[in-house]
Ligand binder design. Structure first.
Ligand SMILES: [Zn+2]
Length: 291
């Protein structure tokens, strides 16, 4: 079955002007936010005693991430997992497995606290505790960051740069990477996300955020059409998936079919965030991209 409706040829725009590597036309950034139980504990400390609520997150370590790693292997796709420091402390073997399979781990806060409105010392603690957890368990220091709850502030971006974070992936304002300009000077490279790829919207129902679940035809039609047009425009399709959602039995098939669709195109670069940011930095040094 064809998921995308037929599109007239004139919908394909002019040749993209972003210099993707190896003559590629566009990119796909396969990215997961691994919150595990921390998203529930960070939202409400009382959830520590709500075992069923916590178990939504526990699914990630037991089932969701392992199943997704197998799926990515079958497609030969390398991804970025933005993992909270709490998750690394609670599930260190899971984090090691992600790295050992060739994927990247990015920073996603410690207890998944919202950055906006947080006092500076809380922001610093969220950042430094997660770096510490990754260094202790993984001997690893991430270079990428995605903001918990999808929010960021100038203060946060400056603190990330001070700590060696080279790229961020939270904004919704473009389809191509760019560099933040901060009061203190050049900031991190941004790989903006497409919110239509946030699976929480379609597939997680909890009494704190009751919503309908959406099935394969609904989600896949949005994902493929967003991807197809972004490819035409020469941009990067950045995904925001959560293993406690897309790692569920039916939903993993949606990602499987989406990756099958993308891999039909030989002009799409499927890359990890660090690779996309590294390519941008190289182009920037040659004056080939805007700042
Ligand atoms: Zn998250």
């Amino acid at each position: 079955m064809s998921i995308s409706p037929p599109r007239p040829a004139n919908l394909a725009g002019p040749a993209p002007d972003y210099p993707w590597p190896d003559g590629k036309r566009a990119a796909l950034f396969v990215a997961f936010d691994v919150d595990a139980e921390s998203v529930w504990l960070g939202a409400d400390a009382a959830n520590e005693h709500r075992l069923v609520t916590r178990s939504y997150g526990g699914y990630e370590a037991r089932v969701g991430v392992p199943k997704l790693l197998d799926l990515l292997d079958r497609h030969g796709v390398k991804a970025t997992f933005f993992v909270t420091g709490w998750t690394v402390d609670a599930h260190p073997d899971l984090a090691r497995e992600i790295l050992s399979r060739g994927h990247e781990i990015g920073h996603h806060g410690y207890l998944h606290l919202r950055p906006d409105g947080a006092p500076r010392e809380v922001l610093a603690d969220e950042l430094d505790r997660a770096f510490d957890a990754m260094e202790r368990h993984l001997d690893y220091r991430p270079t990428g960051y995605r903001a918990p709850w999808g929010e960021a502030t100038v203060e946060l971006l400056e603190m990330l740069g001070e700590r060696g974070i080279t790229y961020t992936s939270s904004m919704r304002d473009d389809i191509r990477p760019y560099r933040h300009v901060l009061p203190s000077g050049p900031g991190t490279i941004e790989i903006p996300v497409n919110y239509a790829f946030d699976d929480w919207t379609y597939g997680l129902n909890h009494r704190s955020g009751p919503r309908a679940l959406f099935g394969r035809e609904h989600v896949l039609s949005i994902w493929t059409e967003e991807f197809d047009q972004t490819r035409d425009w020469g941009g990067v399709t950045s995904m925001v998936m959560h293993p406690q959602v897309t790692g569920r039995p039916m939903r993993i098939n949606i990602l499987d079919q989406f990756l099958t669709h993308v891999r039909r195109f030989d002009d799409v670069w499927i890359a990890r965030g660090a690779d996309i940011a590294g390519h941008f930095a190289g182009c920037e040094a040659q004056g080939a991209v805007r700042g």
